[in-house]
Design a binder for this molecule. Structure first.
Ligand SMILES: CC(C)(COP(=O)(O)OP(=O)(O)OC[C@H]1O[C@@H](n2cnc3c(N)ncnc32)[C@H](O)[C@@H]1OP(=O)(O)O)[C@@H](O)C(=O)NCCC(=O)NCCS
Length: 179
């Protein structure tokens, strides 16, 4: 069974209140991450027709601060499906509601896994790619996952044989005081 990207596309908007702000008067990054997680959950649950959990979150760069009173919009779609996992791409924009000026605040990828009532993973529908953008996003995810596997293997190697990598520290502001 296949479902189109359109069928689970989600858009959620929320007005940023003073209670969402940090001491500097800007909106808390953690609050935005929470909204992104909810959006990813809704999108993945719609595609899978199951309850979903967040398995991992890709790097999130906060590109622009969000001000109190701005309208934040999250746009999400399923970019990739595995057997029980789905990668949901989310774009966050904020809008000054008086001027209509919009800012791209961040984009990230959430890996969501479909589970049943017993907590066991369940198979999700395949993805019908209805446009070149859909295909581009699916392929980008395959490439990103492959480079993550390589990165993890490199990091494991460092942990196993740190002595082989100590010279890398020569270019950094550290004093080696290992006894
Ligand atoms: C995510 C979870 C259900 C995976 O369960 P599991 O028994 O390890 O299942 P599997 O190893 O069979 O993996 C299932 C799928 O999840 C994917 N997956 C598991 N861990 C992952 C991770 N850290 N990042 C990305 N994908 C992951 C696997 O690649 C697999 O994908 P596929 O079915 O499409 O091939 C389980 O680790 C879990 O419940 N984690 C806690 C989730 C949670 O509580 N999130 C909220 C945090 S507060």
């Amino acid at each position: 069974m296949f479902k189109s990207v359109e069928e689970s596309r989600i858009q959620i908007s929320e007005l940023m209140l003073p209670s969402h702000a940090n001491f500097g008067g800007k909106i808390h990054g953690g609050y935005i991450l929470g909204l992104m997680d909810q959006t990813a959950f809704a999108c993945a649950s719609k595609h899978s027709g199951s309850y979903c959990v967040t398995a991992s979150v890709d790097k999130v760069n906060f590109l622009n601060p969000i001000e109190v009173g701005e309208l934040v919009t999250m746009k999400a779609s399923v970019n990739y499906v595995g057997k029980s996992s789905m990668v949901v791409g989310i774009r966050v924009e904020s809008e000054n509601i008086r001027t209509g000026q919009k800012k791209h605040c961040n984009s990230s990828y959430f890996t969501m896994v479909a589970i049943n009532e017993k907590g066991k993973t369940v198979k999700v529908p395949g993805l019908r790619l209805g446009s070149k953008i859909d295909a581009k996003r699916f392929i980008k995810t395959i490439i990103r996952r492959e480079s993550e596997v390589k990165k993890e293997a490199n990091q494991k190697e460092v942990y196993k044989n740190v002595d082989n990598h100590l010279k890398l520290l020569n270019d950094y502001r550290v004093e080696i005081a290992i006894k």
